[in-house]
Design a protein around this ligand. Structure first.
Ligand code: ATP
Ligand code: MG
Length: 363
């Protein structure tokens, strides 16, 4: 277990930033997920932590010790990639034993360690097979075993489930999380899949354009996104974000709607919006009560049935559709009028220019 600190760590390729100056502390035993769209700098960040990529500037510390210029092999970390990178001519057993042999460990100790990790990952029955004859899930388990067998202080994973099909991904996700809990190794896990990030992370670091957008627990990132990018990126569908104009306790929304702003937000809106009162109102699909007396009116654009619930697509006007989660029995004819309220404790407001979330002191 190790605490990993990044201090103003940055990476440039030529003139362009792959990672802008980044400050981050990963606590000992924590499972951190780096999440963001393709090209945002996740892999580069992970490679700098591992030492496979040199920083352009800044410092990386493991347990307070500066390792910025230390060779990867001297950092006591293990790295798992999306592609299994197993040796095809070696059996699964020899693949797993390889890093221990390279350290010059005794045969007995290697045998013991391999048996232990194979038991943990339930791959005892494939130890004699060559990687080519294994399923994708088992190949990735062998790759994980090879990383775990060293008992590294930190465990770095770059989209390790990316090459697996949906069914394997889900079960492996749970297995990796469980392994982490059992081993308690500090883990940094890269993915562009927000569902995976929500499910696995103790904390999620959301990145975009070479910069951290928000670093917080999954619930914080989901409930109180720091800006419009995070609000859109997390959740499926993302947060409903509707532009309106604020005046005297009311946001005027498209389709001639008036939204009465909860009391505790009024002062913040009055003092932090541009002079013309423009604001973006945000709410998750489940942050809504659909009922006849709801203050916002809309017309039904589509119903999606999901079995356990219905997702209503409601049109405020020709240009603005919101996604609303309603009971499984709730269905409307197309173009029916639907009224709804936004739950007062689940509404969020964003500045239209800075795109940052407004804070009312409670969130
Ligand atoms: N060796 C390199 N030389 C030049 N540019 C690079 C190099 N490696 C990465 N980049 C650039 O740095 C940026 C960040 O890349 P990085 O691989 O870290 O993104 P990522 O978030 O891991 O994306 P993905 O989800 O596609 O894996 C990208 O614009 C990429 O093109
Ligand atoms: Mg990558």
């Amino acid at each position: 277990m190790a605490t990993i600190e990044l201090k103003q760590v940055e990476k440039k390729f030529g003139d362009s930033y792959a990672v802008k100056p980044l400050d981050m502390t990963i606590n000992s035993g924590e499972f951190i997920v780096l999440l963001g769209p393709s090209g945002c700098g996740k892999t580069t960040t992970l490679r700098m932590i591992s030492g496979l990529e040199a920083v352009t500037s800044g410092n990386i510390l493991f347990d307070g010790k500066d390792v910025t210029w230390l060779h990867p092999s001297a950092r006591d970390i293990a790295f798992v990639f999306q592609f299994f990178a197993l040796y095809s001519h070696l059996s699964a057993r020899d693949n797993i034993a390889f890093p221990l042999q390279a350290q010059g460990m005794s045969r007995d100790e290697i045998k013991k360690r391999v048996a232990e990790v194979a038991n943990m990952l339930k791959i005892e029955h494939v130890l004699n097979a060559r990687p080519g004859s294994l399923s994708g899930g088992d190949q990735q388990r062998v790759a994980l075993a090879r990383a775990l067998v060293r008992r590294p202080a930190a465990f770095l994973m770059d989209e390790p489930l990316g090459a697996l099909d949906a069914e394997f991904r889900e079960s492996m996700r749970a297995e990796i999380k469980r392994l982490h809990i059992d081993q308690n190794a500090t883990s940094v896990y890269v993915t562009h899949d927000q569902v995976e990030a929500m499910a696995m992370g103790d904390r999620i670091v959301v990145m975009s354009n070479a910069e951290v957008q928000q670093a917080a627990t999954p619930m914080e990132v989901y409930n109180s996104p720091a800006n419009l990018f995070v609000a859109r990126f997390i959740g499926s569908p993302g947060m409903n974000l509707i532009g309106g104009k604020y005046a005297d306790g009311i946001v005027h929304l498209p389709g001639d709607n008036q939204y009465f702003v909860p009391e505790n937000w009024r002062g913040v809106l009055a003092s932090s919006l541009p002079g013309d009162g423009r604001v973006v109102v945000g709410f998750r699909p489940e942050a809504v009560d659909v009922h006849e007396d709801g203050q916002i009116h809309s017309s039904t654009f589509a119903n999606d049935l999901h079995g356990g619930y219905t997702m209503l697509h409601l049109q405020l006007d020709g240009d603005h559709i919101v996604h609303v989660r309603a009971g499984r029995e709730m269905r409307y004819q197309l173009d029916d009028t639907v009224h709804f309220d936004i739950k007062p404790d689940m509404v969020r407001f964003f500045h239209p220019e800075t795109e940052k979330a407004l804070q009312n002191g409670k969130v």
